[in-house]
Each structure stands twice: as C-alpha cells, then as structure tokens.
Design a protein around this ligand. Structure first.
Ligand code: PBG
Length: 328
C-alpha cells in the first residue's frame, strides 16, 4: 500500500495518539544530579559560568540534596573541592576529607538518596592532573594504588556507588579488587569508560577548580575523533568488572552512546556535561531559544540514542517540568 491510502500523519493527529506511539520517555528514574561540595562553612555560591548551579559547604549541601529528594530525584554524584591540595591529592583518601565528611552527613540526614562519588584526583592535586605525576604526564600504575585507597575510604564513609573518571588503564579491575578485599563486594562501579578530552568541560573546571596547571589531558582522555577506540575502552571495562559504563560528554557523542549500547548488555550512563549546560542556559537567557523545550529534546535524544540514565545539571529543572506536566 502507498499514498494516498498510507498516511503516517494519522498517528500525529493529537496528543493522545502521539503519546501512545511515543518510543522514548524521560522520567525522574533516569536522572542523576551532580553536586559540588567545597571547604568552609555556611557557603552557597553560584558558579559564574553555570547559572543555577551552586557550590556548597558541607553544612549547606544537605539543603540541596533534600530539595532534590523532594523533587523525586533518586541519585546524586558528588564532586569535592578540598581546602588543601597537594602533589598526590591525599584528601581523596582521608577519612576527614571533603567527600568523606559529606557522605557521612548526607547518609545521616538524607538516607533515601543514592550517593555516587566521582573518583578522581584533579580537584585535589596542586597540578590539577588526574593522578600522580611522572615528569610531565600522569603515571598509570602509581595512580591505581591511590585510587584503591580513595574508593575504600568512600565506601567506608557511605558511598553507594563509585564512579572512576580518570581514564587510567586497569582502573576498574584495581578498584573492584580493592573494594572486594575491603569487604565492599556490593558497591557497584560506574566507569567513565569512554571519556573524551573535551572542551565542553570548561565550566566544570571553573566550578571544581580542577584545570590542569600545565598541558592538557590528552594523554589519558580520548581523542574526540575516535569511535572504535571508545568501544575498545568500554569492552575492557566490562571485562574488568564495571557494573555501568558511561559516555562523556553526551550531546556531541550520541553516536558513541548508540554504539556502546549495541556493544554491551550493561546499563549505559550519559554525562550531559557542564559546557552543554552553559550553552543552553546562555542562549535561553538571551531569549534565543526556548530553554525548557531544548533541554527536554536534548535529554530525550540521549535516551533515544541508548542512555539508561543521565547525569545532568538540569536534573532539578527537569524534575520540576515533570511535576508541572510541562513536557511531552
Ligand atoms: C574529573 C571530571 C571532570 C568532569 C567530571 N569529572 C573534568 C575533567 O575531566 O576535566 C567534567 C564534568 C563536566 O564538564 O560537567 N574529575
């Protein structure tokens, strides 16, 4: 059969039928909110390049996480900015470190929230690189030893899941062994498996004070031109014992999300990164785009490409849209 008997527009006539045939949905179940915690007391400061995103001191972060809970968000991922940085980032495995204190506080005051920790060193080192330096690059195997200490300390202090983001070789295996040996066999690992060396991280680095003081991250993060290499990284992480794999950034990498979803049976997370957030906020504020509609379309596209969950600074905005029924 063909036109004029065949008319695809019949299924677009009104919202009732459109919603019946809709293939992809976005719900509160899909969202993970990033939260920045910094040293000090009584602090809530907006990140200049990320309007609507704040850095909180440990005492204030509870308000943010309670607000997220009240909106129906079930998971947060924590990023810390310590008072003292050093060459190796030792705050990351200190039981009195910024993340450890935050975990204890949140576990006590917002026990319903699922707490994921970003596991890295760039916010904690004086040089801003994601591990221990050997000359001008990051040494892989020495960094693995410190990653093990970091994840065990996170788990001991209440992390529900750890998310290593440093792109070190063998990091998932090392972390799995360390967690199991310390008795944390039920703590899952969400691996930033395909993390690209991206200019879209710019605003985050301002927020987290994590810019490298020299050079860049191209000797550990991936070349944006490579898709097959992303699959190689994902398959290695699957073999090493990852529970969830991640693609980051998301918007310019929808093809990678799609290919990763085809290549593995693990759940796939997409990280809708800081630069993607700031671009949309800026254009929305200028009145150049309809911010809410653009946000919805972007996140639905990530789901359509294959993401099972999305880390996004828009999580609270989206939750409010869902609650008010402003979507679809
Ligand atoms: C590393 C880390 C980064 C982001 C998340 N984890 C920064 C980097 O690799 O330089 C970026 C997130 C974003 O841009 O939103 N700890």
């Amino acid at each position: 059969m063909e036109f004029p008997r065949l008319r695809p527009r019949r299924l677009r006539l009104n919202e009732n039928i459109r919603s019946l045939i809709r293939e992809t949905s976005l719900s509160l179940d899909d969202l993970i909110l990033p939260v920045f915690v910094r040293y000090g007391e009584g602090i809530k400061e907006e990140v200049p390049s990320m309007p609507g995103v704040y850095r909180y001191s440990v005492d204030k972060v509870v308000d943010e996480v309670k607000e997220a809970r009240d909106l129906g968000i079930k998971a947060v991922i924590l990023f810390g900015i310590p008072e003292h940085k050093d060459e190796v980032g030792s705050d990351t495995w200190n039981d009195e470190g910024i993340i450890q204190r935050t975990l204890r506080k949140l576990k006590k005051e917002v026990p319903e929230m699922y707490l994921i920790t970003d596991v890295c060193f760039c916010e904690y080192t004086t040089h801003g690189h994601c591990g221990v330096l050997c000359g001008s690059t990051v040494c892989n195997d020495e960094t693995l030893e410190n990653l093990k200490k970091q994840v065990v300390s996170h788990a001991k202090n209440g992390a529900d899941m750890v998310a290593p983001s440093g792109m070190m070789d063998g990091m998932v295996k090392a972390i799995r062994e360390a967690l199991d040996d310390a008795g944390f066999k039920n703590i899952p690992i969400m691996a930033y498996s395909a993390k690209f060396a991206s200019a879209f991280y710019g605003p985050f680095r301002e927020a987290a004070e994590s810019s490298p003081s020299f050079g860049d991250r191209r000797s550990y993060q991936m070349d944006p031109a490579n898709a097959r290499e992303a699959l190689k990284e994902v398959l290695l992480d699957v073999k090493e014992g990852a529970d969830v794999v991640m693609v980051k950034p998301a918007l310019s990498y929808l093809d990678i999300i799609y290919r990763v979803k085809e290549a593995t049976l693990l759940p796939v997370c997409a990280y809708n990164v800081s630069g993607e957030y700031s671009m949309v906020k800026a254009a929305g504020r200028m009145g150049w785009i309809d911010e809410k509609k653009v946000v919805w379309e972007m996140l639905v596209s990530m789901k359509r490409a294959g993401a099972d969950m999305i880390i996004t600074y828009f999580a609270k905005d989206v939750a409010k849209m869902i609650i008010k029924g402003e979507v679809g």
